[in-house]
Design a protein around this ligand. Structure first.
Ligand SMILES: Nc1ncnc2c1ncn2[C@@H]1O[C@H](COP(=O)(O)OP(=O)(O)O)[C@@H](O)[C@H]1O
Ligand SMILES: [Mg+2]
Length: 227
């Protein structure tokens, strides 16, 4: 049985514009459970994106570990780390889609290294776009989409490989109220299907929606549990 992700005394430094190192995450410990959705709020610059990047294996902690099933995945290098990343679906704060490809091409890209035919990949990508109600945009170039549409495509790309860990960085930032609710429902459904889901939100209203895995606030580099 998988036990979710544990952060053990994580410390993460980032370089400020004047060249000094600043601790963004400072001795942070937390547990994110399988089958649940945790929501993290916090002021701009408090380190929400940084924490998600560490969880995804994109950034290394200076100290501490990200532990999955007893293994310190944050210490892994090269091919091991790539294996870890393939289990993670991430929605970046700034979508990081490829503007010169269509929506469906962007979503099927993560499936290609996993094998399977192009037709099958395309079918899965269309199904993921449909879950986000943007299947009608499948063949449009991403550069011609609105911010909110791009964000939905980015969520579809994170979901398409049915990741064990789904990390979403302010996934409702460019959405109206109704779309935001739909997106949160989709993320909660991924948790209910057995993933660990961690969502960040600048908007505290999102904290009220279905945070089965706890509600937290990132303050001075640590996670404070909210009631
Ligand atoms: N790529 C980067 N290089 C250097 N510093 C960064 C980088 N990204 C973020 N930071 C700094 O780390 C701190 C936390 O940023 P971030 O994790 O983006 O916060 P949040 O997502 O909560 O707004 C900020 O002080 C920010 O300036
Ligand atoms: Mg951020």
């Amino acid at each position: 049985m998988e036990r979710g992700i544990e952060c053990r005394r994580l410390t993460v430094a980032r370089r400020t514009s004047d060249g000094r190192e600043k601790l963004v995450i400072d001795d942070l410990s937390a547990q994110f459970e399988t089958g649940q959705m945790a929501v993290i709020s916090g002021a701009t610059g408090s380190g929400k994106s940084t924490l998600l990047h560490v969880l995804a294996g994109l950034l290394r902690p200076v100290q501490g570990e990200v532990v999955f099933n007893g293994e310190a995945v944050s210490r892994w290098v090269s091919s091991h780390r790539d294996r870890w990343r393939r289990r993670v679906g991430i929605v970046f704060q700034h979508d990081r889609l490829l503007g010169d490809l269509s929506a469906v091409e962007n979503v099927l890209l993560p499936l290609i290294p996993r094998g399977g035919g192009l037709k099958e990949c395309r079918r899965s990508a269309l199904a993921a776009l449909s879950r986000l109600s943007v299947d009608q945009l499948a063949d449009k170039m991403v550069r011609n989409l609105s911010g909110g549409e791009r964000q939905r495509v980015a969520i579809a790309r994170a979901l398409v490989s049915q990741p064990s860990f789904l990390l979403a960085d302010e996934p409702t930032a460019h959405q109206d109220h109704k779309s935001a609710e739909e997106i949160l429902k989709t993320l909660a459904a991924a948790a209910a299907a057995g993933a660990v889901v961690v969502v960040t939100a600048h908007d505290p209203r999102i904290l009220e929606a279905g945070a089965t895995g706890g509600r937290f606030r990132l303050v001075q580099g640590r996670l404070k549990a909210l009631k």
